[in-house]
Design a protein. Sequence first.
Length: 192
Amino acid sequence: MPPQIPIFNPKFDTDEFQNNLQRHYREIIKNNPVFMNNEGVVFVTRFEDCFKLLGGKQFKRNAPQGIGLVSKPDRETSLMEQTVSRWMLLMDQPRHDVVRKAFTLPFMPKAVEALEPFIIKRSQELLRKISLQGEVELLKSFSYQLPVMVIAEILGVPPDDMDLFYQWSAKLTAAIDSFTHEGMQTGTEVIT
């Protein structure tokens, strides 16, 4: 008989959790390395476990038909869950390799190297803003913004649309990070 997975419900979407991410993550990894929330989502938090899980052929990324990321079989899967379930990250073989191959060109060494001046320039701009603010939250002011800028550049998002792209990215991230059915619903306006 497989071991029971303990139920644990971190409040990922609260300000208190978001403002103390590192402390909360350390506590979760130490005290609840594998757990399930009330929505039935199983979390695996340690690197070694994730490596085995994601690399093992016996495990699947994609939920069985009719079950969303956070929806139980008796609840309708939200549009957001349906969309996210088609993302490359959640695809199983062989479809994952086919889709991944289509996206390799922008991430080839020469393409990434060509982005270096853009990344340096944007990093300097963000750091200049931070230096004028005094006390800052580095994750929000730098670590989250820079990857969004780089992805927008790769996708060819016009500079005039960057604020909108950033807002969409933040809403999608918040929806997915909530790991609740209700939280996932908040991302629906971005994808429609």
